[in-house]
Design a protein around this ligand. Structure first.
Ligand SMILES: NC(=O)c1ccc[n+]([C@@H]2O[C@H](COP(=O)([O-])OP(=O)(O)OC[C@H]3O[C@@H](n4cnc5c(N)ncnc54)[C@H](O)[C@@H]3O)[C@@H](O)[C@H]2O)c1
Length: 225
């Protein structure tokens, strides 16, 4: 365990697998206390498994299971962080999946699902976090402390360059870029940096169906649900 993030509270949405799990383990390894999240399923609770991994390594973690796309979930997630650890320093909006089709075959359900998980959910989580971040920032400045908080939103090369078959996913991942740039301007005065990372192809469960077949085009990104 490193001391670099000792005492910091980090929330990582979609941290039961893949990139989110890797981020959660890295943050915990640097000393942060983790709020994990993933979908809940009777047979599979990936966020709970990551919690056990972190605790076995000597870290601290709690899980807030459920879909980030559910109404009311955002408040529950932020309340878990403040209830368990009394603060909020790092927030990563990573949860998601893909549901591809060409536009002429894409249903409203497919479109809404991608906008819901990749854009509306981060919006709601950040909206729910704002009062806590504002209060913490005010308390820091009154006490003469300089504390910088961090938001990382996860986008994709699909959102930056487009990708055939992903009009829903690409639109949502482009939307999170605009949200990020706007919130960076709003939250500078709260000493909170708001950034976005647009990954290229990374081999995870989400991409396993096509990872081997992926051509070297920069626009070929993630596929499969
Ligand atoms: N893997 C890539 O090549 C790639 C490229 C660009 C962007 N991304 C983005 O990175 C993020 C993580 O993807 P990954 O590759 O690690 O996939 P993954 O499937 O390995 O992990 C994503 C996790 O998010 C969870 N999740 C999905 N919907 C959820 C919801 N509604 N509520 C809570 N949790 C939910 C899944 O159950 C899963 O555990 C996603 O936002 C994805 O769009 C991935």
């Amino acid at each position: 365990m490193s001391e670099k993030l000792r005492g910091k509270v980090a929330v990582v949405a979609g941290s039961g697998r893949g990139i989110g799990r890797a981020m959660a383990l890295k943050l915990a390894g640097e000393g942060a206390r983790l709020v994990l999240n993933d979908l809940e399923d009777l047979d599979d609770e990936p966020a709970m498994a990551v919690r056990e991994e972190i605790i076995a390594l000597g870290g601290e973690a709690v899980a807030c299971c459920g879909s980030v796309a559910d109404a009311g979930f955002a408040d529950r997630l932020i309340n878990t962080a403040t209830g368990a650890f009394g603060g909020l320093d790092i927030l990563v909006n990573n949860a998601g999946y893909t549901w591809d089709n060409v536009i002429q075959k894409m249903s409203d359900e497919q479109w809404d699902a991608m906008l819901g998980v990749h854009l509306t959910a981060p919006f709601r989580i950040l909206r729910a976090a704002q009062p806590m971040i504002r209060a913490l920032s005010r308390a820091d400045s009154e006490a003469g402390r300089c504390v910088v908080r961090k938001v990382v939103n996860v986008s994709s090369v699909s959102g930056v360059f487009g990708n055939a078959g992903q009009v829903n996913y690409a639109a949502a991942k482009a939307g999170i870029v605009g949200l990020t740039m706007t919130l960076a301007k709003e939250w500078g005065r709260l000493n909170t940096t708001v950034n976005c990372v647009a990954h290229g192809l990374i081999r995870t469960r989400m991409t396993e169906a096509t990872a081997d077949a992926a051509p070297p085009s920069r626009c070929r990104g993630e596929r499969s649900r």
